[in-house]
Design a binder for this molecule. Sequence first.
Ligand SMILES: Cc1ncc(COP(=O)(O)O)c(C=O)c1O
Length: 413
Amino acid sequence: MEKTLFNNQIQNMSNYIMFEIKAKQIELTPMLKEKNRSPIALSMGAPVDPVPQFVINKTIEYLNIDSLHTYSTPKGELKFLNAVSKRMKDRFGVDIDPKSEVFSLIGSKEGIANLIKAIVNPTEIEEDKDIILTPNPGYASYSSMLKVAGAKSFGIELSEKNNYMPDLNLELEKLKNQGLNEKKIKALIINYPNNPLGCTCDLEYLQHCVDFCNKLGIILISDNAYCEMYYDKNYKPHSIFECKNAKDCAIELYSFSKSYAMTGWRLGFACGNSTIITMLAREKGTIDTGVFKVLQYAGADLLESREGQEYINAQNEKFKNKIQKFVNGLVSLGYDVKMPKTTFYLWVRIPDRFADSVDFCNQLLEKSGIVVVPGTAFSSNAKRYIRMSVVASDADLAEVIRRMKEDGFSYNE
Ligand SMILES: Cc1ncc(COP(=O)(O)O)c(C=O)c1O
């Protein structure tokens, strides 16, 4: 078929990196098994633990109610919207109107992609493209979503030097110095806790983001998918709506995928500025008919339940021990890596003897069956870094350290 029949951005885009890595893992599995190196995946940001029993029981209960099998609406069922509003009050102390300031999502990834489409005026002409400020390094999907939408991404540099909280006014100067048009900026995406860095920020910095967006008259998209994954009470993540005037510019997205290990359920929500919510509703109204009502009902109960909070607490304790042990293992191999404050990600510098992060990842997979992601999936500057997602069992993580040592992947060989 003629290639030009398709959207230019889509036909020129490579497949999503996580699916590419998975395909390679599957292809190599027979060879790896033969040499006693069955794959251990530290690639996807997907917890492998069972979901809360509570949500399974509730789902079974609601599956038996006939009226819950019909179309929902993109916005969501009132029971779900009310539960979100109550959760936002209980967890962050913020007031969110369930009727005008909440929206159900088929996972937060879908929400971000549709939000971007609702914001951007697509064009192929480079200088006319809308600009969205994105974290760099950042979640691999942001840049592809922007490409598909016909927008340009400008990376806001997150580094240890700026404590992962860059001064946005200085970043704006950088943008202007590169000859880009400030007037084309439509939105800022922030992601604290951050994938892939595992870092977070304080409330004062969130206020800086709000003030910056209000000053520029742009939208603030706060991707809070990891807000329940923290290992130190001093770094308990915040909601953007704890900041003054945040509702003037911000929308925040949440996910059930990480905190409740419910990746396959595709359940999330957005809340915030009612105009942004209305535009998201228009966009999504042309595409989907919302989340299966049964999932919304069970999810609503989970958000409000003691069992849900206990699950989150237990998971954080478990991840804290698991990650700390794995970090100790990597340190014993000579890697310079620290316990992250939040998330289950480690951002690890690779030894100099490897050509780059893709080379390191390929060798680690082909020799040792260990699947990790090259830093370049998150930033074109991250050629010397990889991301490890510490989601495997304790036994598998111990095996990773053993194989790395045995197969020549210590930092100083
Ligand atoms: C930063 C970030 N945002 C959003 C998502 C999407 O999560 P989901 O669509 O499962 O809610 C992910 C998943 O890895 C992520 O890392």
